[in-house]
Write a protein that binds this ligand. Structure first.
Ligand SMILES: CCCCCCCCCCCCCCCCCCCCCC(=O)SCCNC(=O)CCNC(=O)[C@H](O)C(C)(C)COP(=O)(O)OP(=O)(O)OC[C@H]1O[C@@H](n2cnc3c(N)ncnc32)[C@H](O)[C@@H]1OP(=O)(O)O
Ligand SMILES: Cc1cc2nc3c(=O)[nH]c(=O)nc-3n(C[C@H](O)[C@H](O)[C@H](O)COP(=O)(O)OP(=O)(O)OC[C@H]3O[C@@H](n4cnc5c(N)ncnc54)[C@H](O)[C@@H]3O)c2cc1C
Length: 666
């Protein structure tokens, strides 16, 4: 029997001015893909329940690990049985079946690292085993003492030409590998980043395939000390681990030799470009805007549906309590996050497309656009994970007290997803990487050189004024963001030069201007996202009813950024006070205009309830019933009287009672 839908939520749905199904097609690339998506999600949820129906977030870390392992093995068993081949189908099926699992780094980093860094011969030998999970691996780069500064890694791989082996060592406490996902208990292989030493010479960082556990007994091999790193902020289902290597010998052939090689006599042949070694990091970074957009879309769905169901306080005295979604402050909080989710999803599509283009160029030996890909993937990874982090928290706060309950699904979403600000490169550090590209491009532009299109905005004439009017022209919104970015890059460059002129070395001057550089990179990414959002909406063939709502959403995204950073748009008189006031007024108008469409905008993401895993975000809006059920399931309710009552509480109360009696007798 179909569940009765909460009438407030039902009414919100009926108020929509567009057909959400058309928006779903727009998000997921047409009716065919949407149909397939629904089919796979339905199948995955049904089968997942059969394997184990418990909620991971209700379990201890050890239990989470075990259930996640049970589920991920069942997932892949089914993926093979179903014959799924398309990576998009596989990740959709897996991510619906299970929210997270210990094979994540095997799939996301170990496999791509071998694909990218191994020679053809090595790939032919290892990839079939890796793809069929006969080898399960992780990407072991970070050490206790170094994550960011990769050149500072201390693990050594010393070549012994007599035996044609590398001898791997962790020479110091800080050289222990630390953090790799799946290392603690799951992996039997690692792609290991280590300093290559051959013929007595340090040849810098290289990658090696190292077996760490026996394939049958799973015991660590001789010379290997390995384990889990313990409780974390989130990601309880992944066994991030540590690894210490002592005189571990691997054959010469286990160095991943696509780009650099060590010959049998120990001669080192260097790569055409050392940075190719960082390829799997770039791959993940390039796809992270989409992943962040998805996470924010989940949070926005939960908070928006709940805000349609939740009634509290009156706007007009005596007229009854209103849906909290009717408060302008709530609309501001939530609609700006819905807009951000869409913006990140579109920007993610764009950055994945850039990744595909540049990586196929790299495959043919053309490295010309590698710096562009690095700058874009690094800066967008940082920007989108920061926006997602801030956005999920806004959604959680927008749910009031119930947002603090695990039943809302929001605490675990935040705790898991916030790690994206750190893994694959700490955000600030990645911004500073992108800053190198922007500053170089800026100086090239000053010399009148042609710039790649990504940096083309730096060539815009200075001293322009904004021509944005009440019509909120989309080209003027892009122009405003690109003007702001160009100005921030120029200012950061001036700071850098002024420190140089005062006698600082280049690296000191860079450090003294680094906050300014990071801010410039944030404005650059923001401009990229605004452009990607607007271009995707305007270049797609859409029903007018849908197109007008998406344009409103893109305008809201852009206006929100202007009001939050108004100082930067006012600088140099680019925008006038009058324009800024107009922007604020228009933003408030857009909130009211989007109100009838809010629920449809999040419904269109089509997150199944089983994926949202939230009492507040249920499609049927039966929030209160589910919250009560959730409370009743609390483990503390298993007994009417907790044993702690007799162990601690009663003796304590009784002791005070007898003391009081004793005192009253004095
Ligand atoms: C459908 C398709 C599906 C596809 C699937 C796709 C996947 C989908 C993904 C979805 C995800 C959701 C699920 C998540 C689950 C959990 C996952 C958790 C995973 C966590 C894994 C990790 O966490 S794993 C460790 C990552 N650990 C770092 O991330 C270290 C940061 N640290 C550095 O990255 C370097 O250390 C740092 C700072 C650059 C300095 O390195 P350094 O000192 O050597 O370099 P310098 O600063 O001197 O720079 C020297 C020159 O190299 C240039 N350059 C530098 N990097 C470059 C590069 N990558 N490419 C090109 N060029 C590069 C630079 O631009 C300079 O160029 P120039 O000189 O011309 O300016
Ligand atoms: C959930 C999770 C999963 C992970 N999975 C893996 C994995 O599978 N494999 C793996 O190898 N690693 C993994 N890591 C490690 C991760 O990649 C690193 O933690 C990350 O790259 C940050 O490096 P760090 O820890 O050394 O931070 P640090 O660099 O020590 O950062 C501390 C502070 O110093 C600042 N800082 C550092 N250097 C600079 C600089 N040059 N300029 C300005 N500021 C600077 C940072 O901005 C930050 O504020 C994982 C981490 C997490 C949290």
């Amino acid at each position: 029997m179909a569940a009765i839908v909460n009438p407030d939520l039902d009414r919100c749905r009926s108020q929509a001015t567009f057909d959400p199904l058309l928006l779903t097609y727009f998000i997921y690339d047409g009716p065919e893909k949407t149909k397939r998506r629904r089919f796979l999600q339905h199948l995955a949820l049904k089968e997942s329940k059969k394997v184990n129906d418990c909620q991971l977030s209700e379990l201890s870390k050890e239990e989470q690990y075990e259930v996640a392992l049970q589920k991920v093995t069942a997932t892949y068993r089914r993926i093979f049985e179903l014959g799924l081949q398309d990576p998009a189908d596989i990740s959709l099926y897996r991510n619906t079946f299970i929210e997270g699992h210990p094979f994540a780094i095997h799939v996301l980093a170990f496999l791509p690292a071998v694909q990218k860094l191994a020679s053809e011969e090595q790939k032919a030998k290892w990839l079939p085993l890796i793809e069929r999970f006969q080898m399960i691996g992780t990407y072991a780069q970070t050490e206790l003492g170094h994550g960011t500064f990769v050149r500072g890694l201390e693990t050594t791989a010393t070549y012994d030409p007599k035996t044609r082996e590398f001898i791997i060592n962790s020479p110091t406490t800080t050289s222990a590998k630390f953090w790799p996902g799946g290392l603690g208990k799951t992996a039997n292989f690692v792609v290991l980043m280590a300093k290559l030493i051959t013929n007595g010479r340090d040849c810098g960082l290289q990658s090696f395939l190292v077996q760490i556990r026996d394939l049958e007994t799973h015991q660590p091999l001789p010379g290997i000390t390995v384990g889990d790193i313990g409780q974390k902020f989130g990601f309880g289902f992944i066994d991030n681990g540590f690894l210490i290597l002592k005189d571990v010998r691997i054959p010469r052939d286990n160095m991943l030799m696509r780009y650099a090689q060590v010959l049998e006599d120990g001669t080192f042949v260097s790569a055409k470009n050392d940075r190719l070694l960082y390829g799997s990091m770039t791959l993940i970074r390039s796809h992270m805007a989409s992943a962040c957009g998805r996470a924010l879309a989940m949070a926005a769905t939960i908070a928006t549906r709940y805000s349609a169901v939740r009634r509290q306080s009156e706007i007009n005295a005596g007229a009854g309590e209103v849906q909290v979604l009717d408060f302008q402050t709530q609309q501001y909080r939530l609609f700006t996050q819905i807009a951000s989710a869409y913006a990140l999803l579109m920007a993610g599509e764009e950055s994945s497309a850039v990744y595909r283009t540049v990586s196929s160029e790299v495959e043919t030996g053309n490295l010309q656009n590698l710096p562009i890909l690095h700058a874009l993937s690094a800066s967008l990874k940082a920007f989108s994970s920061w926006q997602m982090m801030f956005g999920i928290e806004q959604c959680r706060l927008a749910c009031g007290g119930h947002g603090y309950s695990s039943a809302s699904g929001l605490p675990k979403l935040y705790a898991n997803e916030v790690s994206a600000c750190t893994y694959e490169g700490e955000n600030t550090v990645l911004c500073l990487q992108a800053a190198r590209f922007l500053i170089k491009s800026y100086n090239a532009a000053e010399k009148g050189e042609q710039l790649p299109s990504l940096a083309g905005f730096l060539q815009a004439p200075k001293g322009e004024k904004s021509r944005l009017t009440e019509n909120l022209e989309l080209d003027q919104l892009i122009a405003a963001y690109e003007h702001r970015a160009a100005r921030q890059v120029r200012e950061a460059n001036s700071r850098f030069l002024s420190h140089l002129n005062k006698g600082a070395t280049a690296t000191e001057a860079w450090n003294q201007s680094s906050q300014s550089l990071v801010e410039a990179v944030v404005t650059f990414s923001h401009a990229f996202v605004v452009r990607a959002f607007i271009e995707k909406v305007t270049s797609s063939v859409l029903e007018p009813s849908l197109s007008s709502v998406l344009i409103q959403l893109a305008q809201l995204y852009a206006l929100h950024g202007i009001t939050r950073n108004s100082g930067q748009f006012l600088k140099g008189g680019y925008m006038s006070d009058h324009q800024l006031e107009m922007v604020e007024n228009k933003l408030y108008e857009l909130l009211a205009a989007l109100r009838p469409n809010a629920v449809a905008l999040v419904d269109a993401f089509e997150f199944p309830d089983g994926v949202l895993d939230s009492a507040l975000g249920r499609y049927d809006g039966n929030v209160y019933e589910e919250l009560m059920e959730y409370a009743k399931r609390s483990k503390l309710n298993k007994t009417e009287v907790h044993p702690g009552f007799f162990k601690y509480q009663k003796p304590f109360v009784d002791s005070l009672k007898s003391q009081a009696v004793a005192q009253s007798r004095l």
